[in-house]
Design a protein around this ligand. Structure first.
Ligand code: PEP
Ligand code: MG
Length: 559
């Protein structure tokens, strides 16, 4: 038995024979052509076929994995007909009298090198795309058919890395799991695998040897373990794990469309945390009831300069329209600490987690804040928006943020730009100060949302980035739970709602406790929605509430 450690990027257990993905590479001859007009026509024909194929792939991807996956192929379509790309190929065929296959290969190498040399990681990643598109055109020109798995039985597919088009074209009924040498959790293969529910492990390097082909392999996408020739005990253990996962998955599927209601009839809203408009598909397939936290930082992190009001407006509008009237809470800029952005030119700090971050930056540099608030209010006309301020410690900060909102609304009204008058304003409870003065803060806003990742960090004086702190960073600590309970009591006394959007919201060992506290909303990653709904529906708060609330004040659970 050989165990290899990779990075699990899509949970689930896959077991079966290992199969190495082989690429059909077209051997290209370089030759001079006499009839350049005919050769150009040959290229144009292949280009048209490629564009049609990519359109079909986009539709297949949309059906199997949603809009984000489909967009990938639509981008490839645009690349295939890009004018600069086409002109460079024309120059090779007409000017250098090169055959079409060699012309496409040369231009692909030239464009890929150009993308790779760019600073922006997004543009660098386009290098793989231009190669993928060009390989397709060369394949059509030379009659080589790409992809396919030459096996009658389902296999665990091993590859160095997989291009998006390769992943989508595969017959999924033949794939038990993916194991790739390279790749990352955010690679396209990982995204597609997660969306399609296929176990996947990346980054095993050269540990998978060609001689393992055909041997039985188990891939555990949750732990990242790849086991070659498992012994009987391991095989039994993993089969049980797989059966349990499948049972749970089937049960969860039946919960789609069901209410998040306890046995004694208490309801809780289960929303999703997202980081960009591309995550909306995951919210939809997992039946999220709304967005409880949209981390707006991605707009700033993906940009070389401050995103403009229009750019922000477009992103917010997309999310609000996409959610079709369901509630969307967008958090204003939360950078600083672990999220540094060069163009902000933030001063170097000894203690950045306690330094200039989030709302503190916004109130110190109101021009950045105003731009975001304007974009948010403009987008509010397209759905049900809530705006949430992060890293609050004092009442005056909230009043100042609200004042800026009022000014922005006044200006929009004057300019005749529509916005929703009923946008809710809320704050994150993620510092002990905010929880302790939550009685006063509750009089200022429409809702609270507990950011338990930071609340744990600041309450326990434990850097959330420091993995060595291990058990010292304990979100179950009674101090953290008491602060959440206190904020919940103060919220309800003042007639406002309270949610939890930190990781703790998805912790099923605390679901009963949060219900007992009367938490109104839990916002979690999309895949955690259905397990959480299941836990809510199993709970009877009449039995557990008094005992759990007492335990927080006393000892919880054995702390
Ligand atoms: C939190 O602190 O719990 C939170 C949700 O915000 P972030 O993780 O983005 O800091
Ligand atoms: Mg936080």
């Amino acid at each position: 038995m050989i165990t290899i450690q990779g990075k699990g990027v899509s949970a689930g257990v896959g077991m079966g024979p290992l199969y190495f993905y082989r690429r059909a590479t077209a051997t290209i001859s370089r030759r001079e052509v006499a009839d350049t007009v005919a050769e150009w026509q040959r290229f144009k024909g292949a280009q048209t076929t490629a564009i049609t194929q990519l359109g079909e792939l986009a539709e297949k991807a949309r059906a199997e994995a949603g809009d984000e996956a489909a967009m990938l192929f639509e981008t490839h379509q645009m690349m295939a007909e890009d004018l600069d790309y086409e002109e460079a190929i024309e120059e090779k065929i007409n000017g250098e009298k090169l055959n079409a296959e060699a012309a496409v290969r040369d231009v692909a190498a030239q464009f890929a090198a150009m993308f790779e040399s760019m600073d922006d990681p997004y543009m660098q990643a386009r290098s793989a795309d231009v190669k993928d598109v060009s390989d397709r055109i060369v394949g059509i020109l030379s009659g080589v058919v790409q992809g396919g798995i030459a096996s009658d039985v389902p296999v665990l597919l091993a590859a160095d890395d997989l291009a998006p088009s390769e992943t989508v074209q595969m017959d999924k009924t033949k794939i038990l799991g993916f194991v790739t040498a390279g790749g990352s959790g955010s690679s396209h293969t990982a995204i597609l695998a997660r969306t399609m529910g296929i176990p996947a492990i990346v980054g095993v390097g050269d540990a998978l040897k060609p001689e393992y082909e055909g041997r039985t392999v188990i891939a555990d996408g949750a732990t990242g373990d790849v086991i070659v020739d498992p012994d009987d005990m391991t095989r039994d253990r993993m089969l049980k794990k797989r059966a349990e996962q499948l049972r749970l998955q089937r049960l969860l599927e039946t919960l789609k469309g069901q209410p998040n209601e306890t046995k004694d009839g208490k309801s809780i809203r289960i929303y999703c945390n997202i980081g960009s408009p591309e995550d909306l598909h995951a919210v939809d397939v997992n039946d999220g009831g709304g967005i409880g936290l949209f981390r707006s930082e991605f707009l700033y992190l993906n940009s070389k300069d401050y995103p403009t009001e229009d750019e922000q407006f477009e992103a917010y509008r997309k999310v609000l329209s996409g959610m079709d009237g369901k509630e969307v809470i967008i958090r204003t800029l939360d950078i600083g600490a672990d999220k540094q952005i060069g163009y902000f030119n933030l001063p170097k700090e000894e203690n950045p987690a306690m330094g200039m971050r989030a709302l503190r930056i916004c109130l110190t540099r109101p021009e950045i804040f105003q731009t975001q608030i304007r974009a948010l209010y403009r987008a509010s006309a397209y759905g049900k928006l809530g705006i949430m301020f992060p890293m609050v410690t004092s009442v005056w900060e909230v009043r100042e943020a609200k004042r800026i909102c009022t000014e922005v609304k006044r200006a929009l009204k004057k300019e005749g730009i529509p916005y929703d008058e009923h946008v809710q304003l809320g704050i994150m409870i993620e510092t002990p100060a905010a929880a302790i003065i939550s009685d006063r803060l509750a009089k200022e806003v429409d809702f609270f949302s507990c950011g338990t990742n930071d609340l744990t960090q600041y309450t326990l004086a434990c850097d959330r980035q420091n993995n060595d702190l291990g058990r010292f960073y304990d979100p179950h600590h009674p101090a953290v739970l008491r602060l959440i309970k206190l904020a919940a009591e103060n919220a309800h006394k003042n007639g406002i709602w309270i949610g939890i959007c930190g990781e703790l919201g998805a912790d099923l060992t605390l679901t009963e406790t949060f219900l007992a506290m009367g938490i109104d909303e839990l916002s979690v990653s999309p895949r955690a929605v259905l397990p959480l709904r299941n836990a809510v529906r199993m709970t009877d708060t009449r039995e557990s509430a008094p005992r759990l609330l007492e335990a927080i004040e006393d000892e919880y659970p054995a702390n």
